[in-house]
Design a protein. Sequence first.
Length: 600
Amino acid sequence: MIVLPRLACTALVLLPQLALAALYQDVTTELGLGVNSTAFLGPGCAMADADGDGDLEVYVVDGMGDPNRLFRNDGPQNFVEAAANFNLNDNGYGKATTFVDFDNDGDQDFLLTRFGPTEGDRLFRNDGTGNFVDITVGSGFDLVKNYHTGAAWTDYDNDGLVDCFIGTYSGNKQNALMKNLGNGQFVDVAGPLGLRDPLGLCFQPGWIDYDLDGDMDLYLANDVFGESNKLFRNNGDGTFTDVSVVSGTNADLSTMGLAIGDVDNDGDPDLYMSNIYEGNLMLRNRGDGTFQDYTLASGTGVYKTCWGSDFLDYNNDGRLDLYVACMIPYTNMGDGPVPNKLYRNQGNFIFTDVSNGSGADNAGYSYGSCQGDYDGDGDLDIYVTNWYQGDGAPPSAMLENLHVPRGGQASDAIRITLVGTISNRDALGAKVELSYAFGKQYRWKQCGTSYVSCSEPTIHFGMRTAAQADYIKVYWPSGLVETVYGVPSGSRLTLVEGQIASDVEQEPRHGQLHVVGMNPNPMRAETRIVLSGPTSGAERLAVFDAAGRRLRDLGAPREGVLRWDGRDASGAAVPAGAYFVRVDSPFASSSSSRRVIVVR
């Protein structure tokens, strides 16, 4: 049923499963995090700092009629169930859970998708005190009711506001792209943009900059009973093009879970998706707009019914490993649960199954999964949701990473919090590049992962035995690129767009003035150009078209902001397309030019 050709690999060596010392420990009972969820088609889960105190809470969907759970993190190995205190104890037919700062006010808001034509999703605004206010009515989300599954957020149109794509499994099979209008208002634009995928049965969407052009493209993981999987390329002007076939991503699977990450550290994101007994699928990004099937070569097929999938560096060696939530063999429902899988990335796109005895091989009927550093020790823990099948069935579980012993702190990882200022506050869509003694690593800021779940927002880099990162470069969604140098292993950084922490050095700038970014971008009538550096009047700004022709001199700025009204030197409105605002100086660096998209 897979339409992609399998990778020919005549010299393939299948690596045996290794029986290793425990890598994870099930601490569910100790922490009181067990949930006997009865949610049909599986419950979602999330790790996020819901109360703003710097550590991760755990949110778990329960089932129809049973209130969902939010476990507040109150310190080392101490959680308290407090969903009602947060006003997040919804008892509807919940599916996906995503925490995101949709209003750019510095705290995490919350979206719960729900499965059913009368249920309706629920949108909550964090009022900054840890209280979540239901603002669904009048937000636009109250107008989109359907059999909703996974949700994923990004700023697809780069206007500084995060938008949300929601998958739909049945009903009238209409996916939704909720465009953020600001002030808690959203409108569904999936129809006009050709993203309904009306015959698809979408379990999980994901945003991926597969072509590395700086805007986020959209991948839809669909079940086999509808259309094949879809990849929509973001054209950069607010529109999308279906490139599923030409890219080689139109897999015809029972695709439930989805993982996106740079498996081979070559600078572009790869794809992994879960399936039934025919095998999961690993797609390697060739870097030319196409993907190649590396399932057999990587050894990650599983060949059981699987749901959630996560890329994570569980051993801090600088390579993304793979966790897969397994359920039951599709061909024999009576065979019982199948242990979950943990694959170690050995490099060169080869993975070793280290599940057996790892402690990550939870044997529940697993669905959703998320990962994050719940205990703050610098390694990545896993929460996995299990479908409760009656007495004796394993509840949803917290798996604590044993890479760092309790009470210790990792010296072989760097963890980064990104704060957008021109870009959206969560910096969703940002790309982070780290260079160290063993090469380079790349991460993208995501929200909405695995299957109906949401992992922690912190960017995590394993450092192996390297003493430091030579540099860390952040490609912000606004177009600003910033670099910090000489970051020691074991560091925890907060990087604010347009600023550099005092203990690290900023990348040298060759021009006195540079363009930080533009907002909104894309623009219709006007955009605000944000500048950094001295504004002495010696340097001028100009607008150029994509062919390099000068359209208008904007003059010498007298302060850190200029505005362009989308008109050329004659006063005529320029046509829709890509333009560049540039510091017009022979000493200008590459950071002195930024692209802006005009839409009409």
